[in-house]
Design a protein around this ligand. Structure first.
Ligand SMILES: [Zn+2]
Length: 303
């Protein structure tokens, strides 16, 4: 189960009873990740049974309050509950000072170590990797500096077919060559590696793009993602408002999904002016059919 995404907050600006502000929990190949942390995120985690002590990394897109005001409470609660595991925070460079200053004034001493990794990039840039996943950040077009993130499975070596090992009596050196995608050369004969290995599976990926205006560079950066979350704060009827506030319409989000040829589009960050979000869904569907409007507590899985 490589990608398991839980929507913790799907609204914008102000939390209301049925829609929290932005936060998502991503379990990607057992890496446990929080993306944005609007006010009330820790309560949403309790409500939707996300164990917050297991979170290893937090990614914050930008410094508008509806994307990070929940972090002070969450970090403090982790400490009150006796966390000892280190926690990594990737986000705007100013975030470290904001958090440390706040805790200093309140004389909060955390029970665990916080490691900050400033994110400030102009092009798609890898900001994290381990042996299983990698994370890229890229700029979005918003009123203040804002980043999107692409979470991607890491390129693996080929898997050698055991039947071929038996058939050709492959040595360890030859197996390692085939794993790297190199042909096995013997005296008088070459065994093409493609005949020895299983085809590689497509690398799974999740792209997170909020908050942003329509941005023509996005499709290249997130090409072919299995899952794309793109903000859709407004409908086309309020296009002027979207432009003025640095946001997208549902049609624009669908256009990005279509150009990027993603598997599935998730829309969120809805303006609270829409009591009924069906018009946003209909607007996007006419451009990109594989689309859902998310609700708090929704879970999306890519196997
Ligand atoms: Zn914003």
């Amino acid at each position: 189960m490589p990608i398991n995404l839980t929507i913790l907050g799907s609204g914008s600006a102000v939390p209301v009873l049925h829609r929290g502000v932005t936060a998502q929990y991503l379990n990607f190949n057992e890496r446990r990740i929080l993306i944005d942390c609007g006010e009330g995120t820790q309560l949403q985690m309790r409500k939707f049974k996300v164990k917050f002590q297991r979170i290893q990394m937090i990614f914050i897109s930008h410094l508008h309050g509806d994307h990070y005001f929940g972090i002070f409470g969450l970090l403090t609660s982790m400490s009150l509950w006796g966390r000892t595991q280190e926690l990594a925070i990737y986000g705007p460079p100013e975030l470290e000072e904001i958090i440390r200053h706040n805790f200093k004034l309140a004389q909060v001493y955390l029970s665990y170590q916080l490691n900050f990794y400033p994110v400030d990039v102009k092009e798609k840039t890898r900001i994290f990797e381990d042996n299983s996943i990698e994370v890229f950040a890229f700029p979005l077009k918003h009123r203040i500096k804002c980043h999107g993130f692409l979470f991607q499975e890491k390129e693996k070596e080929y898997r050698v077919n055991p039947e071929k090992i038996e058939k050709y009596k492959l040595s360890l050196t030859e197996i390692l060559s085939a794993k790297r995608g190199e042909d096995v050369k013997r005296i008088n004969v070459t065994l093409p590696f493609k005949d020895l290995v299983f085809p590689k599976e497509k690398l799974k990926s999740y792209a997170y793009c909020t908050d942003t205006k329509f941005y023509t560079k996005l499709p290249d950066w997130i090409k072919g993602a299995d899952l794309l979350y793109h903000e859709a704060t407004f409908t086309q009827e309020h296009l002027d408002r979207a432009k003025a506030t640095g946001h997208s319409t549902a049609a624009q989000a669908a256009e990005i999904a279509s150009q990027a040829q993603v598997g599935q589009l998730l829309l969120g960050h809805f303006s609270s002016r829409y009591k009924n979000i069906d018009p946003l869904l209909e607007e996007a569907k006419s451009i990109f059919p594989s689309v859902s409007c998310v609700k708090d507590g929704d879970v999306f899985i890519v196997n």
